[in-house]
Write a protein that binds this ligand. Structure first.
Ligand SMILES: C[C@H](CCC(=O)NCCS(=O)(=O)O)[C@H]1CC[C@H]2[C@@H]3[C@H](O)C[C@@H]4C[C@H](O)CC[C@]4(C)[C@H]3C[C@H](O)[C@]12C
Length: 325
């Protein structure tokens, strides 16, 4: 399971938790402007916007889990098993395989709205990258500083929804999560009034009682509500440090510690990495399950301008700073 989020302070920050039982070869990958991006049914993009994100690289191709482009457009794939539907190859002239969406849309779109429009127009192509890399059942979070969208490839067509909450998790389809929020409309960061029986003396016995009933488990529906609540009530300074720190705190509220979520195969779902990307600068901050210190990769002009993929293996070693007196 995964959780994706958008937060605007002075700049706009986007990112996600990637929760999975096994690694998928993930590393930070920059696709520079002049790296030729080839597609099965679309012309090769010889030049395009540079992209930074987390990807595995197969056959010199960036298979992104999420990324941001130079215009500050973000796109993340999140698991959508049992609902994601990719039509078989019907010989369309123009189509995009699911693993081509992030490179193509981030390579070409200057706004999230434009990317969402393209999602509606370009048919999907249910063809795997390689026979040994089966198609991942996904839905997508698309965002920039102006707004967010959710795109869900369903059996009866691709659905694109505006996302005023700025949060996405996994199943069920997006309309469920919006309706489900209604059940939590009474929750508040402030202390609750005694609506039960004002004639009874029921003083709060601690802080945080306005959110009693906020679901604490790791199911997608509960993570959705919890991250929506924490994001809505988020308070931090507008500085880069305060915003980035706050973004990771928000992701931490829905992160999976090893042992809490066991898959049917008897493996542990854990938050392998959490990331936060400043859409204005393209700086990619991340932490991993074992290294909770932040590591950052800058999208410098020199890195944008190249023609070869740049790979940054994850720094997974925790270094503890020992204080001397
Ligand atoms: C597993 C990731 C989604 C996170 C998530 O929701 N996990 C839930 C796991 S579980 O249901 O709870 O078991 C997804 C997001 C993007 C996916 C990757 C991207 O789509 C890019 C390629 C696509 C290839 O078809 C498969 C490998 C892959 C590299 C994908 C591996 C994996 O499916 C990723 C990393």
């Amino acid at each position: 399971m995964c959780t994706s989020m958008v937060l605007t302070t002075r700049d706009t920050y986007v990112g996600r938790n990637l929760d999975l039982e096994d690694a998928f070869g993930e590393r930070v990958v920059i696709t520079p402007r002049a790296f030729p991006l080839a597609f099965r049914r679309m012309p090769t993009l010889e030049r395009h916007q540079a992209i930074i994100g987390m990807a595995s690289v197969a056959g010199d191709y960036p298979l992104y889990a999420e990324g941001v482009n130079e215009s500050g457009v973000y796109m993340a794939g999140l698991n959508f098993p049992g609902n994601a539907y990719y039509p078989p190859d019907r010989g369309e002239e123009k189509a995009l395989a699911p693993w081509e969406l992030i490179p193509f849309l981030l390579g070409t779109c200057e706004t999230a709205e434009a990317a969402a429009e393209q999602m509606k127009r370009i048919p999907l192509l249910g063809v795997p990258f390689q026979p040994n890399l089966p198609l991942a059942p996904l839905h997508w979070h698309i965002a920039d500083k102006h707004g967010a969208f959710v795109a869900e490839p369903m059996a009866d067509g691709i659905k694109v929804y505006p996302d005023p909450v700025g949060v996405l998790t996994n199943n069920p389809p997006f309309p469920f999560h919006r309706t489900n929020l209604v059940q939590y409309r009474g929750l508040s960061a402030a202390q609750p009034d005694n609506c039960l029986d004002p004639s009874l003396d029921l003083p709060p016995f601690g802080q945080g009682m306005g959110a009693v009933g906020l679901p604490g488990d790791w199911s997608p529906a509960s993570r959705y509500v919890r991250s929506a609540f924490c994001k809505r009530n988020s308070a931090c300074d507008s500085s880069e440090e305060s915003s980035v720190s706050q973004f990771f705190h928000l992701l931490d509220t829905v992160a999976m510690p090893r042992g809490a979520v066991r898959t049917p195969e008897g493996k542990w779902d854990i938050t392998r990495y959490s990331c936060c990307i400043n859409t204005d600068t393209g700086t990619y901050y991340y932490k991993t399950y074992d290294n909770c210190a932040l590591t950052a990769v800058a999208l410098t002009e020199e890195r944008r301008a190249g023609d070869k993929l740049l790979e940054f293996p994850l720094d997974t070693k925790l270094r503890i700073t020992w204080q001397e007196g």
